[in-house]
Design a protein around this ligand. Structure first.
Ligand code: UDP
Length: 234
């Protein structure tokens, strides 16, 4: 069976990297992600990754701090996660590059679209760190933006929760799981799957989003084969 997609943008929330602990990096989780990326990379799928930073810091967490400063801290958090993922990918034999939207040349390459596309064509995994490089945005928006820029076939939205629900399933036992949604429904129902900026960017550019849980091994592979796990937004 052929994979459904040739080029994917995998978005991993920072929270997913924290595993059971809510803070920091759980190395078992980075290994889980690396193994799952390897599975699809072995099939010849081109993989770009955007990683969140919520396991360390989110700009909106602070009530007192200047928001832009707090957001820059959040972007730096995504770079720590990017380096951890790069390390885990290199350990399983995958050539992984990190490109950051804020220059820090000693530890990563600065973001350059054509270079990223060329690296993907050479089957390197490219991790995009530092979000969009701008405060007041999210890494979901960075994922949508990069997906459009590199002409990805789909955004694989890997989360700690396994799908999109009508409410938080951890606090509301009556929360309903959605198998399929349209972009419009995500926007209109204000579902907390991604922020509105990210959702409208996906809608305007007609990019499908497949939401699923990352902690279950094999899910990335299933998503790439188009299996109906989690929630599909298109
Ligand atoms: N951030 C930002 N601009 C971006 C991407 C991220 O300012 O383009 C900051 C923002 O403060 C955000 C934090 O980085 O809260 C971490 O990203 P996010 O909350 O999206 O991470 P996730 O929830 O996916 O772990």
């Amino acid at each position: 069976m052929e994979p459904k997609y040739k080029r994917v943008l995998l978005k991993i929330s920072g929270e997913a990297l924290a595993g059971e602990g809510k803070f920091g990096i759980n190395e078992e989780m980075t290994k889980t992600v690396a193994r799952q990326v390897k599975e699809i990379h072995d099939l010849g799928v081109e993989v770009a990754i955007v990683v969140g930073g919520g396991n360390f810091w989110r700009g909106r967490t602070s009530k007192d701090m200047d928001r832009a400063t707090a957001d820059y801290m959040g972007m730096l958090a995504t770079v720590m996660n990017s380096l951890a993922l790069q390390d885990a990918l290199l350990a399983v034999g995958i050539k992984a590059k990190v490109q950051t939207a804020i220059e820090m040349r000693e530890i990563a390459e600065p973001y350059a679209r054509r270079k990223a596309i060329s690296q993907l064509e050479h089957k390197d995994v490219v991790i995009f760190g530092a979000g969009t490089g701008n405060p007041f945005f999210s890494t979901d928006t960075a994922a949508a933006l990069r997906a459009v820029e590199i002409d990805a076939d789909v955004i694989l939205l890997a989360k700690k929760v396994d799908a999109v629900y009508s409410d938080d399933p951890e606090t509301n036992p009556d929360a309903v799981k959605f198998d399929e949604l349209t972009h419009m429904e995500v926007v209109e129902k204000d579902l907390k799957v991604m922020d509105l900026t990210a959702a409208t960017l996906c809608k305007d550019n007609n990019i499908a989003i497949h939401v699923f849980g990352i902690s279950e091994e094999g899910n990335v592979l299933k998503a790439v084969y188009g299996e109906k796990i989690g929630t599909i937004i298109k």
